[in-house]
Design a binder for this molecule. Structure first.
Ligand SMILES: Cc1cc2nc3c(=O)[nH]c(=O)nc-3n(C[C@H](O)[C@H](O)[C@H](O)COP(=O)(O)O)c2cc1C
Length: 220
């Protein structure tokens, strides 16, 4: 599966089968996460077989079931743009996981921060987690705001690469499906900015990753 297909097929999945993630996929994910951490300075961690983190009223309320594995998005509070970095690299892992046949869900609220087994140094912060495993189902397409609300460029004036990027941005996961971002074209350069509100900077990183992966053009 190529990355564009992974973007189309990725939906939040909250119910998981008991099947463990096979060792070869655990190794691949581990390598990927190590690479992302080296590049970004983040301290993302894959935590396996820890149902406790999602064994809370909040998680049940959020309709999570069978979550035993998750990726903790952790980083030094002093890292510039920590939220955006976490979103960007977390989404890279999410889309690679999708290509491996795994399902995921970004989770900032409906899990237990106290029971999370990630190592978090005193100068680090846990942004959120991403549940990961084999889903009971594949999830479904989210409702999206209209193109004109999210992008300044009229569809008929978009270069093909830009249109591919915008389509992928609209398919990106955002907290509470808020889609508080705006896409512009400055000369040849795509520019994506975040709206105001909680988690919009994490969303911004996620949306930028989707845009770049589908368009092949780096965002500002
Ligand atoms: C930063 C972030 C935090 C999220 N937190 C939660 C959460 O706490 N609980 C939950 O059930 N879903 C959470 N989600 C999942 C969103 O609700 C979901 O991505 C959105 O509704 C779009 O649906 P989709 O991912 O299927 O495309 C979160 C998503 C993001 C990007």
């Amino acid at each position: 599966m190529d990355i564009k297909q992974a973007i189309i097929e990725r939906h939040s999945v909250r119910k998981y089968k008991d099947d463990p993630i096979p060792a070869e996929l655990v190794e691949k994910l581990g390598e990927l996460i190590r690479g992302c951490n080296e590049e970004s300075g983040l301290h993302m961690q894959l935590i396996l077989d820890d149902p406790g983190c999602f064994d809370t009223l909040l998680a049940h309320y959020g309709w999570f079931k069978g979550v035993r594995n998750y990726i903790a998005i952790v980083g030094k509070e002093t890292l510039p743009d920590l939220d955006e970095l976490g979103g960007y690299y977390g989404e890279k892992v999410v889309l690679e996981a999708q290509r491996m046949g795994l399902n995921t869900c970004w989770v900032a609220g409906t899990f237990s921060r106290e029971k999370c087994k990630a190592e978090i140094a005193p100068d680090e912060k846990l942004l959120c987690v991403i549940s990961i495993g084999f889903g009971e189902e594949a999830g479904k397409k989210h409702k999206s705001k209209s193109l004109s609300k999210l992008c300044a460029v009229p569809a008929e004036e978009m270069p093909v690469w830009f249109k591919n990027g915008v389509k992928a941005a609209l398919m990106a996961p955002t907290a509470m499906n808020q889609q508080k971002f705006y896409i512009e074209l400055s000369g040849d350069e795509p520019v994506i900015t975040a709206g105001k509100g909680p988690m919009t900077k994490i969303d911004l990183g996620i949306v930028k990753y989707n845009f770049e992966a589908a368009s092949g053009h780096k965002c500002k």
